[in-house]
Design a protein around this ligand. Structure first.
Ligand SMILES: Cc1ncc(COP(=O)(O)O)c(C=O)c1O
Length: 492
């Protein structure tokens, strides 16, 4: 067998990326692990190896120190450095069938995880799946400035533990913001959450138990369905018409069932894009009031309202009442990547949720909250909103025109926001999706938003991140795919 010095030197070709001592260390480690240098063999002295490799002795000393700290080698004073005896770690492990150990919560969330089950976007495809904001609109420079500003003011504090309820200046700012939207905030408070999604999750985890009933629009936000089902809740869907939730059906279902809470998306409802008008908001609120059922209001898209004058959120309609749990999110207009949302609700509810938040994740990142606060407070936010609204309004109008030109729909829903919802006449949207996918276009089939397996003739088109050319090309191809499915069905 060759000596350790020859082996080490023959295998080592230094690169320029990693420090020399790391490369020496990794090389010796690999030789020991593969058994090429056996235990108890003597390694060359640091001076010798440095010479042989043409590197400084200090590099070898650092490598040997790390190897010794990790138990690969040991030094005997006056005798030299030796390879340590290593216990074999292979074949000592045992296997667990993790799938069979999943509880209902894990099983449900995995089974309903559409990212794993639906067709995925591949490079070069036109995707109408996303309803995320267009990141090219973000004022990245302003965010950078905000970051530097906050770090210089209170960087040390921000990097330490903060408060479960959230970053105080952000809470104050959001309370003011909601007051401007018409909400009475005297009896209310705010909890900062990891987006809308954590807001809904934490409310359901705290106020429901398996078997409870939630009432919501049918169709509704797929993530909300997933969370509600993961908690073992019974979810009842209320019919939707061209102008949103059907009031008679709502009244009937509230009368016939013992309902714990409602979940509603009044502005740019997902997936239909319908904005509930003010008159209807009052009627909906009064029906829930008649049956004494509190409402979780999803305010996610409110900032995008542009086609109509300001519409009051439900939380503004209740005045001094405390029956609405408003969950806000800026995810559709600003930085969904920093995952910030908030719950506005009764003070005692927020106090309970604050403890739950502390018990679960302690708090949301204080640094992110501070940057977000700085941005919202800097005055650039209102300019940005104007710019974003104008941009999405134009995109919406453009997409709608293309849908009218190329898609033989029965009905098209959506008054703005970042998506449109299309209902076809007796045509299976999944068959259209398969054909479109072959042509390099992907969209979201509508049935994933329904609670009763219906909606197979519907699909959602998200347009926020596509160029006009991609929108035109993609919608044309979807139109062609529909024609092909219709032709095939008439032949079958
Ligand atoms: C209905 C609805 N609510 C809320 C959200 C935002 O969730 P988050 O704030 O967790 O990103 C979305 C995102 O698609 C949505 O569709």
């Amino acid at each position: 067998m060759k000596g350790a010095d020859t082996l080490i030197c023959s295998d080592l070709n230094f690169n320029n990326e990693e420090p020399i001592y790391i490369q020496i260390e990794n090389n010796i480690k690999e030789m020991i692990e593969k058994g090429r240098i056996t235990s108890e063999s003597k390694l060359p002295s640091s001076r010798e190896l440095g010479k042989l490799l043409g590197v400084s002795r200090n590099s070898v000393i650092s490598a040997y120190e790390n190897l010794e700290a990790n138990g690969y080698i040991y030094t005997l004073k006056g005798k030299g450095t030796f390879v340590a005896k290593r216990k074999s770690v292979s074949n000592r492990g045992f296997n667990v069938d993790w799938n069979s150990k999943r509880n209902n919560y894990g099983k449900t969330l995995e089974e309903l995880d559409i990212i794993k089950t639906e067709l995925v976007w591949k490079k070069g495809m036109i995707s109408f799946k996303s309803i995320a904001p267009d990141e090219t609109l973000f004022d990245t420079e302003e965010v950078k400035k905000g970051f530097l500003n906050r770090m210089s003011i209170e960087g040390n504090k921000l990097l330490n533990y903060g408060y479960a309820q959230g970053y105080k200046p952000l809470i104050e700012l959001l309370l003011k913001y909601m007051k401007e939207k018409g909400a009475k905030i005297d009896n209310k408070d705010i909890l900062i959450t990891n987006g809308f999604t954590e807001g809904l999750d934490i409310v359901l985890a705290t106020y429901t138990k398996p078997g409870d009933t939630i009432i919501c629009e049918n169709p509704t936000h797929n993530t909300a369905i997933k969370i509600m089902k993961s908690y073992g809740l019974k979810v009842i869907g209320v019919k939707m018409n061209s102008n949103g939730i059907d009031l008679e059906d709502l009244d009937l279902k509230l009368k016939e069932n013992k309902v714990k809470m409602g979940y509603l998306i009044p502005s740019y409802h997902n997936p239909t894009g319908i904005v509930m008008d003010v008159e209807k908001r009052y009627k909906v609120y009064d029906i829930f009031k008649k049956y004494n059922v509190p409402i979780i209001e999803d305010g996610f898209n409110e900032e995008l309202l542009y086609s109509s004058s300001h519409v009051l959120p439900l939380v503004a309609l209740e005045g001094d009442g405390n029956s609405i749990i408003y969950i806000g999110s800026f995810s559709k207009i600003l930085f969904p990547g920093i995952r910030l949302g908030f719950i506005l609700g009764d003070k005692s509810l927020i106090s309970t949720l604050e403890s739950v938040k502390r018990g679960r994740t302690i708090h949301c990142s204080f640094l992110d909250q501070a940057i977000f606060y700085e941005y919202l407070n800097s005055g650039v936010f209102s300019k940005y909103i104007k710019k974003a609204r104008k941009h999405y309004k134009e995109k919406y109008e453009f997409t709608l025109a293309k849908v009218k030109e190329y898609i033989p729909y029965e009905e098209v829903f959506g008054e703005g926001g970042l998506h449109l919802f299309i209902k076809l006449k007796d045509i299976n949207a999944r068959k259209v999706l398969d054909k479109s996918y072959e042509k390099g276009v992907v969209f979201t089939p509508g049935d994933i938003f329904y609670l009763d397996g219906s909606g197979r003739n519907t699909f959602r088109i998200g347009f926020s991140r596509l160029s006009d050319e991609e929108i035109t090309e993609g919608i044309k191809l979807i139109g062609q795919s529909i024609e092909e499915v219709m032709e095939k069905e008439s032949l079958d």
